[in-house]
Structure formats: C-alpha cells, structure tokens
Design a protein around this ligand. Structure first.
Ligand SMILES: C[S@@+](CC[C@H](N)C(=O)[O-])C[C@H]1O[C@@H](n2cnc3c(N)ncnc32)[C@H](O)[C@@H]1O
Length: 288
C-alpha cells in the first residue's frame, strides 16, 4: 500500500481512452468468438481519436499489447457475466465506478433494461464521455444517470445519495481499472460504501497486487500519461479487509480459470493474461 499523494485532476482520463481503444482493437484485430462483444467502443472514440491512439499503442500483435488487451476485455466480460447473475438474483441498480468510456449501458441486453444504471466518474472524464457520446450520436438510454464525483474530494456516499441511488436495494458495482489510481483512504471509503448495501449486493473490481507495479513498463507508461499507480494491496490483506467489512469470500479470477472459461480453443493466439487482480466480492448477511 502507498500513501503517495494523488496528483490534482489533470483533465479527462487518458488511460480511459487507452483501454477503450484496446476494446476496439479486440473487435478489429482479434478472431472470433470475441471475449467481449463491444461494437460501440470504435464509434464512441471516433476515427480521428482512434488513429491517434492506435499510432501511440503501436503494433497490435506485440506480445505486451496483446496481453494488456486480453486483460482489459477479460475484466469487462467477467464483470458483465457476474452482473447478469446478480440481476437474476435480484439486483436492480448498477453503479459503474470510474466508468471511463465503458460501453455496457449503450449496448445493454434486454435483461439489463430493468436496472437503473449510474455511471460515476471524475467530472473531467465524464464531460469528455458525454461529448464523445453526443459527437457519435449514441443515444443515452432512459435508465442511465451520470454522476460526476472526484473520489478523492467528495464523499461517494453523499454523491450517490444525491443522484438517487437507493441504498436499500440490492445493487451491483463495477470498478474496473480504478483502485490503483486512488489513495488508500478513497479505496477504503469505496469498499465501505458497497458493504452497507443489502446482502447479495456485489462488486467486481480490479486491483494491483504487485508492490513494484508502478515501476513496471506499464506502470511507467500510465505514470507518463499523468495517471500514476498509487495504490496496491496484497490478495491476503484485501481478503482480510473485505471480510472485516462483512463481505463473503473474495473471488479472484486466476489466470488458469480465465483461460479455461474465456480463451479456450482460440486460433488467434489470444490467451488469458498472466496478470492477476480481477476479483469479485458479495456482501454477506450482517451478524445478528
Ligand atoms: C483506466 S480508466 C478505467 C475506465 C473504465 N472503468 C474502463 O475499464 O474502461 C480509470 C478511470 O478511473 C477514473 N478515476 C481515476 N481517479 C479518479 C478519481 N479521483 N475520482 C473519480 N474517478 C477517477 C478516471 O476518470 C477513469 O475513468
């Protein structure tokens, strides 16, 4: 864990654009079946932004970029599979924390229409998304609300309440590619908030388990974009933290399980990433 200060907001998230471009690349360069079917990412980014980001990313078949792309599409697919199961057992709200250019709401299947979907993000990132949606003429479905919050500056609980999120309803939270950019205080507030939702509520999230991650090639690259990785936590500490908050067991998607579940029999060479840190946790029944 690190107490390193998080830099002041620096405009819309560039890593959000980067991961959206990876989802688009998956549609355009990887074979079938897609791990994640996302026909919206490309139109959302628009041709000129896609050209710029593609040039910045380089050869899409380079091993490191392919592995990162596999991680990005895998985490969304895993999350959306868990969401479907959560809706089947009664979840009625989807709260997308650090939504970035996530496209689930704009390609939502019929089973999701009963949800209220709250896209929560830093105000600068959210303003960019709304601009891109308008530019691409992508309609905003009736069940979608935007909530602009800086997790480091504003209480997430107050912000969600003000936006109409009902904390008495079973809910599903997604938080993909976000915790590593926050402080420990903000991450603890985020998990603490989810834990106060009714039993059966769930969060699917990613975290950085490696202490040295910020020094890796990818860590240095995102740091150079102005979004350094500031938070990591070991699996064991995270499991302990979530248990203390009243979550049931922490489910981690291990590389071997991911390979068997989502990448079996592919002929394009795309494999489950070796990187860990995609996880799910369900809120348990509070002790009497
Ligand atoms: C790597 S992007 C991930 C976006 C999206 N979840 C996805 O998987 O495509 C990181 C996201 O975290 C958001 N974020 C980072 N720090 C934040 C903060 N202090 N408050 C609110 N959002 C923040 C950024 O705005 C950005 O949308």
């Amino acid at each position: 864990m690190s107490d390193a200060p998080v830099p002041a907001p620096r405009g819309a998230s560039r890593t959000a654009v980067g991961v959206a471009a990876l989802r688009w690349l998956h549609q355009s360069v990887d074979g079938e079946p897609k791990v994640l079917d996302d026909p919206i990412s490309g139109p959302l980014l628009g041709e000129s932004m896609l050209r710029t980001v593609a040039a910045h990313l380089g050869d899409p078949h380079a091993p490191a970029l392919r592995e990162l792309r596999a991680h990005v599409v895998l985490r969304s697919r895993f999350c959306e599979d868990h969401l479907a199961a959560a809706v089947a057992r009664g979840a009625t709200q989807l709260i997308v924390l650090g939504a970035g250019l996530d496209t689930f709401a704009y390609r939502q299947p019929a089973w999701a229409r009963q949800l209220r979907i709250y896209e929560v993000d830093h105000p600068d990132s959210q303003a960019q998304k709304r601009h891109l949606l308008a530019q691409a003429q992508i309609a905003i479905p009736d069940n979608v609300e935007f909530v602009a919050i800086d997790f480091e500056q504003t209480s997430l609980a107050d912000g969600l309440k003000a936006a109409g999120v009902d904390s008495s309803r079973q809910s599903f939270f997604s938080c993909l590619g976000v915790t590593m950019y926050l402080t420990e205080v903000a991450v603890d507030a985020l998990f603490g908030l989810v834990a106060r939702f009714p039993a059966g509520s769930e969060i699917v999230f990613t975290y950085q388990p490696e202490a040295q991650a910020a020094e890796s090639a990818l860590g240095r690259r995102v740091g150079a974009l102005g979004e350094p990785w500031t938070y990591h936590i070991s699996h064991r500490s995270l499991a302990r933290k979530l248990k203390a908050l009243g979550f049931q067991a922490l489910e981690e998607l291990a590389p071997r399980a991911a390979q068997a579940r989502y990448f079996q029999d592919r002929t394009d060479g795309l494999r489950a990433p070796s990187r860990r840190g995609i996880a799910a946790a369900v809120v348990g029944v509070a002790p009497q």
